[in-house]
Design a protein around this ligand. Structure first.
Ligand code: FAD
Length: 323
């Protein structure tokens, strides 16, 4: 049995992502309970905030370096990490369930012929085994599972596990491994950022609009409320399919899974496919003129009323409080 856990860190534009710090804290907690050695690995060119990883209690950090690895390359990253995991006999692998993690984890699992539990929202230890909880049936139920394979891969849902800075973290050993000619047969050529906008997948506050908005010309109401709260704009699939909003904003089963602190659903009915993407938000506020709309069944606070009256009043009041 291996006694080592490895965290695969995701970087974008030379910065380790917040969700990876959450993976580190989840790994450190498992390591304490199971008495495991911890290590974090990443691939990229120059990584500007690698030192921050040490604040979360990791003991060793390895950076696979090559200018060709600046953007995600499924072929190169899979090979580099799989080889390293095999050579060093890691028993547990953890990474965030972002687009990167969702793509990479199954590739590594296939090569290592091991089990993989994706999108976990809780990890507990029972009898020396990791028991992972993950949502199933589009978030309708929670499923607990453990893995029997020698190597176990877990992906953690972003914004669910807390990134915890440890008291007096020890300086980890740092290792840079230059990669000569990575296999770049598949690679991400370009990331297109929505200019100046917060990404729903990473936002702490999201205000989402649905078909209740009646048309794209009314989405400024959502943008203004999101702006007042300092949050991102999200959308239901109905409005994305209608071409009112870009797909990057879609929340749900075929859109993004989000776990913000606050999710405000405006004129969204709460179809199961929408709930699949947002029901793990910490606080859900729903505004809908139909008091029986399913969205109210998951809401912590509900306002049964007309969004065209409520959103402007709410925006104004939030601006007044903040000023
Ligand atoms: P509607 O269901 O039409 O709801 C509009 C709501 O607005 C209603 O509840 C109404 O009462 C309210 N309303 C209307 N006027 C006002 C007003 N003036 N004030 C207040 N409230 C008002 N959907 C997603 O969102 N994300 C997904 O990822 C997704 N994936 C899917 C995958 C599959 C395979 C399938 C089959 C469907 C998927 N859907 C997804 C679609 C989903 O089933 C719903 O059709 C969609 O979520 C409905 O969007 P909506 O709530 O905006 O619209």
């Amino acid at each position: 049995m291996s006694d080592k856990i490895i965290v695969i860190l995701e970087q974008r534009e030379n910065l380790i992502k917040k969700a990876s710090f959450e993976s580190v804290s989840a790994a450190v907690k498992l390591a304490e309970s199971l008495n495991l050695e911890t290590e974090a690995v990443t691939a990229g060119d120059a990584i500007d905030n690698l030192a921050d990883v040490s604040k979360f209690g990791i003991k060793k950090i390895t950076h696979f370096k090559n200018s060709g690895l600046k953007n995600y390359s499924p072929s190169a990253y899979t090979k580099i990490f799989t080889d390293y995991i095999k050579e060093n006999n890691f028993g547990y692998i953890i990474l965030a369930n972002t687009s990167f993690g969702k793509d990479l984890a199954p590739r590594i699992a296939a090569r290592l012929d091991c089990g993989c539990l994706m999108d976990c929202v809780d990890l507990q230890i029972n009898d020396g085994k990791v028991i992972a909880t993950r949502p199933v049936y589009a978030g309708k139920a929670l499923f607990k599972a453990s893995l029997n394979s020698n190597v176990k891969i877990i992906t953690n849902r972003p914004n669910v596990f807390k990134a915890v800075i440890v008291d007096q973290p020890a300086e980890p050993s740092k290792n840079v491994v230059e990669i000569d000619s990575p296999d770049l047969s598949t690679k991400v050529i370009e990331f297109k950022k929505s200019e100046g906008k917060l990404d729903v997948a990473e936002a702490d506050i999201i205000v989402s609009g649905g078909r209740g908005l009646k048309g794209p010309e009314n989405f400024h109401l959502i943008e203004e409320l999101a702006g007042a709260l300092g949050g991102a704009v999200g959308a239901s699939r109905a409005v994305v399919d209608a071409g009112w909003r870009p797909h990057g904003e879609q929340v749900g089963q075929t859109g993004k899974t989000v776990s913000p602190n606050l999710y405000v659903a405006c004129g969204i009915s709460g179809a199961i496919q929408h709930l699949a993407g947002m029901s793990s938000a910490k606080y859900i506020v729903a505004i809908n003129k139909d008091k029986d709309a399913p969205i109210f069944s998951v809401a912590d606070f509900g306002i049964a009323g007309d969004i065209f009256e409520i959103i402007p009043a709410l925006t104004q009041e939030i601006k007044r409080i903040k000023s």
